[in-house]
Design a protein around this ligand. Structure first.
Ligand SMILES: Nc1nc2c(c(=O)[nH]1)N[C@H]1C(S)=C(S)[C@@H](COP(=O)(O)OP(=O)(O)OC[C@H]3O[C@@H](n4cnc5c(N)ncnc54)[C@H](O)[C@@H]3O)O[C@H]1N2
Ligand code: MOO
Ligand SMILES: [Mg+2]
Length: 418
């Protein structure tokens, strides 16, 4: 008699997995290697940026009060007493009707309060006497960039758990982070199970297929921010598979397998979990694809038994494994973003389970539309390649019509990394 499994609702399954999350850990990496890692501490400003009032233009630093009455008819002559480029400071005191030639980024002399652009002055110099003539007033603060106008000391600029992008790298450099505190990448071990599997370099043989799941899942792991360790493929032989998985468990934070979780004669994962003494959290979820996704716990570590069917494997990872990885990377929003979208075609067939249709979501005139990215079957690999979203079709007795509003899970999470 085949084992009867009770399906769990998707949200309950997600919650069960999340109850077993592991604590993330911190390490330091060189700023050179920090992009795409996840911050393990808030990035706080320990000083104002800019740290001093500085010139925003190449020109002359002046006292605005000196220029108050000047005009075309009444041009003003100023004596140039010093010149400074960015990185240098003026150590002279600037008196009434004096100016300092200053370049963009140079610190404003403390006696000055504005800058006149080079284009707005007439220069007249002899060997030992430099003068400029100005024929329009300048406002106090004009052509400057002010202390603290970019960032104020004490501000939290980027929250812990955020994926580091090039702009964050710029802030890290601004605040002197030669070594950057980041979340240690969790180590996720991967086995592909199935006697039918050939490796990617092998010639096809009758009845066999190439193992695509392991490579896909390793790419998903990397995209989620963790490190994938590939342990290879396992033939459907109980003892060998058990031994290999037992050994691998010691070296990883999470162990992920694909295939062998259903009720077939060679679906060995249920027996392996039993032999390992792992507690199975669930082995059936009310979803399609991925209904057989199984999650177990052994010594506090999670084992993900993803389905062998490629689309089911893909969806199972995104819904259950990815949020756990993101939690270990200190993310406050570990789940993918959902959005409302309009169905581009009918889905007349019904299903008791919630469906996650591999989809292409496109924006047109500010409205998001969604439609399948290929054939909607669990065994299909090609529909994953074109998918940028999963359309959620809740289970029930009614089908769905073109034009209806549905929810989609966006697979690209670059706008939502903490
Ligand atoms: N009697 C029943 N049969 C099945 C049920 C069921 O409830 N009762 N569930 C079906 C569903 S739903 C799914 S999904 C699959 C799940 O199968 P398994 O997770 O046990 O996976 P396998 O049997 O090992 O393989 C299924 C399918 O996927 C191909 N596969 C496996 N590994 C890979 C890989 N690494 N790369 C590419 N393709 C892979 C494999 O060759 C099979 O075609 O079970 C249904 N059956
Ligand atoms: O686990 Mo299956 O993917 O529902 O076809
Ligand atoms: Mg099977």
């Amino acid at each position: 008699m085949v084992e009867k499994r009770t399906p769990l609702a998707v949200a309950d399954a997600v919650q069960k997995v999340m109850e077993h999350k592991l604590e993330g850990q911190q390490e330091f990496v060189s700023i050179f290697d920090s992009c795409d890692r996840f911050l393990s501490e808030d990035l706080k400003a320990d000083h104002d940026v800019p740290r001093f009032d500085r010139s925003a233009y190449d020109g002359y630093a002046v006292k605005s009060e000196d220029l108050a009455d000047c005009s075309k008819e009444n041009p003003l002559r100023l004596k140039v007493i010093d010149e400074i480029g960015a990185g240098y400071v003026c150590n002279k005191s600037v008196g009434r009707f004096e100016a300092v030639r200053i370049m963009t980024g140079a610190m404003l002399p403390p006696d000055c309060d504005a800058v006149v652009m080079l284009e707005d002055v007439i220069e007249a110099s002899t060997l030992d006497d430099k003068h400029i003539t100005i024929s329009k007033p300048v406002l106090k603060g004009e052509n400057l960039s002010f202390k603290g106008e970019d960032v104020q000391a004490g501000a939290v600029l980027v929250k812990k758990g955020t994926k580091i992008n090039p702009g964050i790298v710029a802030l890290l450099a601004t605040f002197g982070y030669e070594q950057v505190p980041v979340a240690k990448k969790p180590i996720i071990g991967v086995f592909a199970t199935g006697s039918e599997l050939l490796e990617v370099h092998e010639e096809l043989e009758e009845g066999k297929i190439r193992n695509s799941n392991a490579y896909m899942v390793m790419a998903q792991i990397k995209q989620a921010g963790a490190e994938a360790v590939y342990f290879g493929k396992l033939a459907d032989v109980l003892d060998e598979s058990y031994q290999a998985m037992k050994k691998a468990m010691d070296t990883v934070d999470i162990l992920l397998t694909t295939g062998g979780v259903s009720v077939g004669d060679y679906d060995l994962l249920p027996d392996i979990y039993r032999k390992l003494g792992a507690e199975v959290l669930f082995n059936k979820i009310a979803m399609r694809p991925g209904s057989v996704t199984t999650v177990a716990v052994l010594d506090g570590k999670l084992l993900f038994g993803l389905s062998g069917n490629p689309s089911a494997c893909f969806v199972g990872f995104e819904l259950y494994a990815r949020p756990i990885i993101r939690t270990m990377l200190f993310s406050e929003k570990p789940h993918l973003t959902t959005a409302s979208a309009i169905l581009k075609e009918d889905f007349p067939t019904t299903n008791a389970f919630t469906r996650f249709i591999r989809s292409r979501a496109v924006l047109a005139d500010g409205v998001l539309y969604t439609g399948p990215s290929g054939t909607d079957k669990s065994s299909i690999v090609s529909s994953i390649a074109n998918a940028n979203a999963l359309t959620i079709l809740p289970g029930g007795i009614n089908g769905f019509k073109k034009g209806e509003q549905v929810q989609v899970i966006l697979l690209d999470d670059s706008a939502n990394t903490y």
